[in-house]
Write a new protein. Structure first.
Lengths: 986, 102
């Protein structure tokens, strides 16, 4: 159903971003006083929070509307404008596929919109407190609003290209916000790293998109999903079969997801992305943007379900990511870094869920994760704000924060419980759904292999155990124990059991934090409280339906997301074993992880556990599995080497060939030309005179320079204009000038009823009788001058003599027709530059045989009857199995084709692709190819056109003449000039 | 005897040749200016003569007036240049006016 409110959800933050961004340059300290800046900031956060808040309200309204019983399809659409068309190949040639700026709000995009705008509002509000000391306040909120708008385009776009706009937009904003404090080179580098890693993935999205479009023939997600069953054909790229279309497309799309959603192998950018301000980490790098990959998989779930191969890859990669990132998080010592690896790990959970076909569960985890992870990041930010830590906070220099920041502590604890899977919190339910998805695959007959289910289930169990452990480690070390920065002289390094200086010597480890932390302002703790409530409560939306509990989530998603056949939210669960296993695993993971952390870290001030790991293991984990180092040594190092090599080529070869040599040539030429510039006036004058004489010489003689316009039966020849030129045309190569167009003959006004053409011929004949007299001085001989200026003469043709002659000739036996040959009219010139003429068979000189290929290229050959043709040269680009047809002449000089008769093994004529067809009939015997008709030879089309010959003579005011002879091919074509030895006669 | 067009053209040619050779052979800038005037007048003769024999309109005569007017302007500028040259070089030999070359 069409709904006009949807675009406003996007337009509001977008407009706000533009307004805030433009206002920023007028609000610097040199332009406004303190009061002015305060007012301006008030305007900024009213706009920023208000626009996203309003979007949230619209989204809520539309989401409620979506569940109107009158709307069974549960889809709201909005077509804003037609964007552009793209031409794609299809079975029947090419066709245009329209791409519209249109949006769709169904339960999937609707819930994502609620998350983006709802949590976005809270984080915007939080940021107004968190960024209060920031100089670039306007820039921050401009980027943040722009991010929100881009994310909403990504989510709501109803087709691939529009989604890609959002996809790139969030990538851009992510880059801008990670490098928000760009004065610090490490932060700017982190932004670049994120951008480059995402670009690699984006290539995959594009390739996947076009792979899908090539089969579905549409960019709309709904159309592509409808065509899911057609995706099982073989997909070839560059002639190499790569697998089914679904597999290829899904794997390429998943490459994009590994970039955007930080999976192995492209996850390395996300931990570094914590260089941005904390609200950015919460909004972009935890709650919304990084889940875009999961969103994409859910959006195209029918396609993914077509490819077990791709699903297996996704499940394995998700499991590896979950395990790997969790293991790294166990030993880290900075709050945001731990949370970052936790995010990577949780994203791995989601993809593992997608990989086992539990799209709905994966997206449920996106939803719950958005609450508790945003709350955790904001809580970390609140702690950092409280102790004035910049960039990140070392948990070993914190501790006992519950005394200083009670609200933060409470919300942090609730969210930690949720992410650890404390029963009945949001994380518990969503993680349970994911585990259930995995055990279902493991223990039931499905399209997916059961080992994948076991792998995912066990990986997720281990990762969840580690999650519970490191999250409570983080909580206890931060909020319980003693505040370890209270004493400024305290050296936090000394009490560690290991040599951490070898690993990091960042300057923020070197000095302790503010000795007197304080709780944050209401703008910061209100969002914390709301998010913490969400972290506890939203899990009840998706109660496990195996126990016949109300599972609203599954039913919402069922309208937009596909599921494995037989395992939907309405299907009765017959095999309860996987359910119990999943539940046991989930609870066990929480109990083990949290229990261990409580024993080891509760009210403790130092880490007595992880330093006891064997040193190589600890270092390996602490160095994040040394993935960055591996990339540096291989891909980045190789790239750098290549760049250096290319740079040397540029300096040595390119600079010599394209810069050095031309410069030398120019230098030599300029030396030569400066010799000519002697500086003496008379020398220049002499050269000038030579030039003038040359010009005069050129004007002494006429230059016809013909141009021809042909059609199938006539031709128009145009000669170049010139001073005092007169022309005459012999259009049919009979030696007579058919268009003398002498002005003294043509412009007379006769009172005779003879036609104009006849008079012309008669005049010519009369002149021949009087001849020889010189032209043009003999003009008076033609008659008497009537108008001197217009050079019109009055002629008196001997009409009675003509009549007599005609009578005599008609009585002669054997004379069928009388033609007045224009004897002696060679000396008559006209001043018209062009002439048209109709041709008939008598004017024929030869043939033009053209061979047109299927690809549109043409090959032409002049065929004059006396020439012998070597036909092989006609068919240079086709492979004939036998010999190609020959071209020759019959006894009358007409074109004759000799097809190559071929026989197969049985001795019968074989029909081959290179057979000669005329009018659809196959020719095995020699036949004549008529003018204008054509024969098909393999993929070629052979046509015959007549060639005629014409001659033009031009005379200029000095009485000099020049003539040019051309051959004309009579066919409809562009202007054509076939000058054959145009001779100039003087 | 009627004097034909050819005679006028011949006269113009001779005059133009005198002017051109004078311009090329003499080095005195004043003489060169005079030679240019002679050439211009040769052209004027052609214009007027052709107009006399093809009197469809009087473009030739009108054009010759233009040539005369421009020749006057050219003489004024040219003489000023010669004076300026003399002030710098203390000579009016055009061979010496090659400062731009060096």
């Amino acid at each position: 159903m069409e709904n006009n409110l949807i675009p406003w959800i996007i337009a509001l933050p977008f407009a706000s971003a533009i307004a805030i961004g433009l206002s920023g340059r007028f609000s610097t300290h040199d332009k406004l006083d303190e009061e002015g800046i305060r007012k301006h900031r008030g305007m900024i956060h009213t706009l920023a929070v208000g626009s996203v808040g309003l979007s949230f309200l619209i989204a809520v309204k539309l989401f409620i509307e979506l569940h109107n019983p009158d709307l069974p399809a549960r889809v709201l659409t909005s077509h804003v404008f037609d964007w552009f068309d793209i031409t794609i190949p299809s079975a029947s040639g090419f066709r245009d596929v329209p791409i519209a700026a249109s949006f769709v709000l169904d339960s999937l995009s609707g819930l994502m919109t609620l998350v983006v705008t709802g949590i976005g509002t809270l984080i915007h509000l939080y940021a107004t407190g968190y960024m209060e000391d920031e100089e670039s306040y306007a820039r921050f909120f401009c980027y943040l609003n722009l991010f929100t708008a881009s994310m909403l385009i990504l989510v709501l776009g109803s087709n691939f290209p529009l989604m890609f706009v959002g996809w790139e937009g969030v990538g851009l904003c992510s880059y801008l916000l990670i490098g928000f404090w760009y004065e610090t080179p490490e932060y700017a580098a982190a932004g670049r790293k994120a951008f480059v890693a995402n670009r690699i993935g984006d290539l995959g999205v594009l390739v996947g998109m076009f792979a899908l479009v090539s089969v579905a023939g549409s960019f709309e997600f709904s159309e592509i999903n409808r065509a899911a069953s057609m995706m099982n054909g073989e997909f070839t790229m560059g002639g190499v079969a790569l697998g089914t279309t679904a597999t290829v497309a899904c794997l390429f799309l998943f490459l994009g997801c590994t970039g955007k959603s930080a999976q192995v192998p492209l996850f390395v950018w996300l931990p570094d992305a914590m260089a941005g301000p904390t609200p950015v980490s919460a909004l972009i790098h935890a709650a919304t943007m990084v889940t875009a990959g999961v969103y994409l998989c859910c959006r195209l779930s029918p396609i993914f379900l077509e490819s077990p191969t791709a699903m297996t890859v996704i499940g394995v990669v998700g499991s590896i990511t979950a395990l790997m990132a969790a293991s790294i998080a166990v030993v880290q010592r900075e709050m945001k870094r731990i949370l970052a690896y936790s995010t990577v790990s949780q994203l791995g959970f989601m993809f593992a869920g997608v990989g086992v076909g539990a799209f709905s569960a994966g997206f449920f985890h996106v939803f719950t994760h958005a609450f508790f992870k945003a709350c955790l990041f904001l809580g970390a930010g609140s702690v950092m704000h409280a102790v004035h830590a910049h960039g990140d906070a070392d948990i070993f220099k914190l501790g006992g924060m519950k005394k200083y920041t009670p609200i933060t502590r409470a919300t942090f604890l609730l969210s930690t419980a949720a992410i650890a899977g404390f029963p009945l919190t949001a994380g518990f339910f969503s993680k349970d759904e994911l585990l259930l998805g995995a055990t279902t695959i493991a223990m039931n007959e499905t399209a997916l292999p059961s080992w994948l289910g076991w792998l995912v289930a066990i990986s997720l169990f281990l990762a969840a155990t580690m999650t519970a452990f490191y999250m409570f480690r983080l909580y206890y070390l931060t909020f319980t124990g003693d505040y370890r920065s209270a004493d400024h002289g305290h050296d936090a390094h000394g009490e560690e059991g290991h040599d951490e200086d070898a690993h990091h010597d960042d300057d923020h480890h070197d000095h302790a934090y503010d000795a007197h932390p304080h709780e944050s302002s209401w703008q910061m703790w209100v969002p914390l409280a709301v998010l913490a409530f969400g972290a506890i409560a939203v899990g009840f939306l998706g109660l496990p339906h195996a126990f016949h509990l109300p599972n609203w989530w599954g039913h919402w998603m069922d309208a937009s997301i596909s599921h494995l056949p037989g395992f939907g939210p309405d299907d009765e669960v017959t095999n309860m074993t996987p359910v119990y296993i999943a539940m046991t695993l989930g609870v066990a993971a929480w109990a083990i992880g949290m229990g261990l952390a409580t024993v080891l870290y509760r009210e403790k001030n130092e880490d007595t556990f992880t330093p006891k790991f064997p040193k190589p293991v600890f270092n390996f984990l602490f160095d994040k599995w040394r993935v960055d180092e591996a990339y540096e040594a291989t891909i980045i190092g190789g790239n750098r080497g290549l760049a250096k090599f290319a740079g040397r080529i540029d300096k040595s070869f390119v600079d010599t060939v394209f810069t050095g040599i031309p410069a030398f040539v120019v230098k030599m030429a300029s030396w030569l030309f400066t010799r000519i510039q002697v500086g003496a006036v008379h020398a220049y004058g002499a050269v000038l005179l030579v030039g003038v004489l040359g010009l005069g010489w050129w004007f002494m003689y006429p230059h016809p320079t013909l141009d021809v316009q042909t059609s199938t039966d006539s031709a128009e020849i145009t000669a170049a204009p010139g001073l005092g030129y007169t022309y005459r045309f012999d259009m049919d190569d009979d030696g007579n000038f058919d268009f003398p167009q002498a002005p003294q003959a043509l412009e007379i006004d006769f009172e005779d009823d003879a036609s104009r053409m006849q008079i012309q011929r008669v005049v010519a004949r009369v002149r021949a009788a009087i001849a020889p007299v010189r032209w043009p001085n003999d003009r008076s001989a033609l008659g008497h001058l009537k108008d001197r200026n217009r050079r019109i003469y009055e002629l008196h043709p001997p009409t009675s003599e003509i009549a007599d002659l005609q009578r005599i000739l008609q009585n002669v036996d054997g004379v069928e027709a009388i033609h007045w040959h224009a004897a002696g009219h060679e000396r008559v010139f006209g001043d018209a530059g062009n002439a048209a003429f109709d041709y008939n068979e008598e004017d024929f000189v030869g043939y033009m045989l053209t061979v047109a290929q299927a690809d549109g290229s043409e090959q032409e050959m002049r065929v004059l009857p006396e020439l012998t043709i070597i036909p092989d040269s006609f068919f240079p680009r086709v492979q004939f199995e036998g010999s190609p047809p020959r071209v020759g002449f019959d006894e009358n000089g007409r074109i004759k084709i000799f097809p190559t008769a071929t026989v197969n093994d049985a001795g019968e004529p074989a029909t081959r692709p290179d057979s000669v067809l005329v009018g659809g009939v196959r020719q095995d015997e020699p036949f004549l190819l008529g003018l204008g008709s054509f024969a098909t030879v393999a993929q070629y089309r052979m046509e015959v056109f007549p060639i005629v010959r014409a001659r033009v003579e031009v005379r200029n005011a000095f009485g000099n003449t020049a003539s040019e002879e051309i051959e004309i091919v009579l066919k409809e074509s562009a202007p054509e000039r076939v000058a054959l030895g145009g001779e100039v006669r003087r | 005897m009627e004097i034909g067009l050819g005679a006028y053209l011949g006269l113009a040619m001779v005059l133009f040749g005198i002017g051109a050779s004078g311009f090329l052979m003499r080095r005195n800038a004043l003489i060169q200016l005079m030679s240019i005037e002679v050439m211009l007048n040769a052209v004027n003769i052609v214009f007027v003569a052709v107009n006399r024999f093809h009197p469809a309109d009087h473009v030739g005569q009108i054009f010759s007036f233009f040539v005369i007017a421009i020749a006057a302007a050219e003489a004024a500028v040219g003489l000023a240049l010669v004076i300026a040259l003399f002030r710098i070089k203390k000579t009016v030999e055009s061979d010496n006016a090659d400062t731009l070359r060096h």
